[in-house]
Design a protein around this ligand. Structure first.
Ligand code: PLP
Length: 385
């Protein structure tokens, strides 16, 4: 195994702002659980891997079946699109309160068709936004950077979205989506936030919380002691963090796992302020290839994360293969939490820094299934042991 970096957070427990108010989550949960096709995703025990890593138990939330979109991102972007459309209709004086079923039935299609939503994506978020745009009858243009796989581009286009290829990395695509939105009067539905742009990504993150809430409902026996959660811009990790604090007392230790070439949250924690990682951010963990942390996510994680961990691609390949051996199909970005756990589990200093013992109970989030079969099969082949 190649090297990894672990940074234990010196600001853990420092008081800060409430990034995701409870009322916002109650609204998100009520809305999303009422969508057609809603079902909690399974929480799966991994006794073999728990044995091998020297912990009491590991459970992984398998997001592969989420709304037929293959990832937890179906919860966030789509919910934010729905909110944005209802708010826009009420601002226009069309209807004070619009139900999602009316939106879906196209009751206001003449108005919503004049609205275009846009975002940058490395695959999963754009799929969620495009899915919602089709369901709720609005226009959609999605920006992808040059290394997003063809399979993921095709999956977005299949929902009728216009897909635009942008040179550079994910952060360049974020800027291009914002620029074009300003030029054309489109609405940005971003999964990342920056100063002055927090309302929509807050809705996105409130949607993500449902994944962690379900996991807490499904958890049986003594509560989890550790959560290893992967991060791109950090929205998912922060949402999980907030919900773990809401549901478990004491909250489990939260370890944020990133690819070593795109570890912007680890760098931010090190420097004590949001920091940018530059370059092509090249990693097989495509969903995590982000160089700039989300402001909202940082505000939660800077005081609530126990540690930040950067792992090499080889760790993700190994984790994909180990899960496949157990008959569980999780994609290369979705396994990063498990890969992080496996990476530190054999390293005595890291184990003790994280208070990881034979009694630890670990919760993981397999945030995507097979979202691109070609990429998934290549990883399985490259990892054949
Ligand atoms: C499968 C998967 N897991 C995790 C993440 C990370 O989410 P965030 O960028 O909110 O940290 C992503 C982001 O695209 C993803 O696609």
């Amino acid at each position: 195994m190649n090297g990894f970096r672990l940074f234990v957070n010196p600001r853990l427990g420092v008081p800060g702002v409430a990034v995701l108010p409870a009322s916002g989550f109650r609204r998100a949960k009520a809305a999303i659980t009422a969508w057609p096709g809603y079902a909690a995703t399974p929480l799966v025990d991994l006794p073999g891997i728990a044995d091998q890593t020297g912990v009491a138990l590991i459970r992984i939330k398998d997001e592969g079946s989420r709304f037929g979109l293959g990832s937890f991102k179906a919860l966030g972007g789509a919910y934010a699109v729905a909110n944005l459309l209802t708010a826009s209709l009420s601002r226009q004086g069309v209807a004070m309160s619009v139900s999602l079923s009316d939106l879906e039935a196209g009751v206001f299609a003449d108005r919503t068709q004049a609205i275009t939503v846009t975002c940058a994506t490395d695959g999963n978020h754009g799929r969620s936004v495009a899915w919602a745009a089709r369901r709720f009858h609005c226009g959609c243009t999605i920006f992808v950077h040059e290394t997003v796989s063809q399979g993921r581009v095709d999956a977005i286009a299949a929902f009728g979205a216009n897909v635009v290829l942008v040179p550079g990395n994910y952060d360049d695509a974020v800027r291009e989506a914002d620029r074009c939105a300003q030029l054309n009067g489109w609405f940005v539905v971003s999964d990342t936030s920056w100063p002055g742009y927090t309302e929509v990504p807050r809705d996105v993150m409130q949607g993500y919380r449902l994944m962690a809430d379900e996991a807490a409902d499904q958890w049986t026996g003594p509560p989890p002691t550790h959560v290893f959660i992967q991060a791109g811009v950090g929205g998912a990790a922060a949402a999980v963090s907030v919900q773990m604090r809401a549901r478990f007392s004491p909250a489990p230790a939260l370890i944020v796992v990133e690819p070593d070439r795109a570890a912007c949250l680890l760098e931010s924690a090190r420097s004590g302020a949001p920091s940018v990682v530059r370059g092509d951010l090249d990693t097989i963990m495509a969903g995590l290839a982000c160089g700039e942390p989300s402001l909202l996510a940082w505000q939660e994680l800077e005081r609530a994360a126990t540690a930040f961990l950067a792992i090499p691609d080889s760790a993700a390949v190994d984790a994909v293969c180990r899960l496949a051996d157990d008959g569980i199909a999780i994609g290369e970005s979705g396994v990063a939490g498990l890969a992080g756990l496996i990476t530190v589990a054999t390293h005595p200093i890291s184990r003790s820094a994280l208070f990881l013992t034979n009694d630890s109970r670990v919760l993981l989030f397999g945030t995507e299934g097979i979202t691109d079969p070609v990429v998934y099969n290549e990883i399985l082949c490259s990892g054949q042991r």
